[in-house]
Design a protein around this ligand. Structure first.
Ligand code: GRF
Length: 205
């Protein structure tokens, strides 16, 4: 019987964050059981990564099979509960979650975002930081609530923005930090736990 915390990962794309989480779990550094990986894209590399790592349940959920976003989200939520996943880890999941889904899993959904929130929320965070001309950017791991990229902050890491950065070069630098920060934060959530005070996450012990 596996007593580790079961998590579901939802990913739409390349899956590099999923990959580092799985590597950290395999190395014994992150005490979770990635029991379920869901993607809304049939060709997401994340699905191949999950299968190659031997994740127990790897599922492509086709949005076209559902009448609307609410029904699609309800089917995902049922699957997550069916497999007994306590946490939902968003790793490059490109669909906005319905309020219903977020309310069903209060303080149990986390996301990684490629900026220092609350600056540059939204899908164009890296481009927006560059065009604003900031000199540092980075990534944020946060709880998901009903405000887009607006939940309480669990952890952040910063990187410099260099004079001739492009969206790609800056994103590569940010992702290096993401790959450290996401597994580390997940581990801390399991081992240490946290409480919420106002908007702030207070780590326990
Ligand atoms: C990451 O940069 C993350 O911050 C954002 O989407 C990207 C996902 O990358 N939410 P990957 O699919 O994990 O490589």
């Amino acid at each position: 019987m596996n007593s580790k915390k079961a998590i579901a990962v939802m990913a739409s794309g390349r899956g590099s964050n999923l990959k580092v989480i799985l590597e950290s779990v395999a190395a014994g550094a992150c005490p979770v059981d990635v029991r379920l990986v869901i993607s809304d894209k049939a060709d997401a590399e994340a699905l191949q990564i999950a299968r190659a790592a031997g994740v127990a349940h790897v599922v492509w959920m086709n949005p076209k099979d559902y009448q609307d976003r609410a029904q699609f989200d309800a089917a995902c939520a049922d699957l997550i509960d069916h497999h007994g996943c306590q946490w939902i880890v968003l790793a490059g999941y490109m669909r906005i979650l319905s309020s219903f889904f977020v309310r069903r899993f209060p303080q149990r959904i986390i996301n990684i975002h490629p900026s220092i929130l609350p600056s540059f929320a939204g899908a164009r965070a890296v481009e927006d930081a560059l065009s604003y001309g900031v000199k540092v950017s980075g990534c944020t791991v946060h709880l998901v609530d009903e405000v887009l990229d607006g939940g309480s902050i669990l952890a952040q890491a910063i990187v410099p923005v260099l004079d001739h950065d492009t969206r790609e070069s800056l994103h590569v630098r940010i992702q290096k930090e993401e790959h450290q920060l996401y597994p580390k934060t997940l581990t801390r959530m399991v081992e240490q736990g946290f409480k919420i005070d106002g908007r702030s996450v207070i780590w326990l012990s």
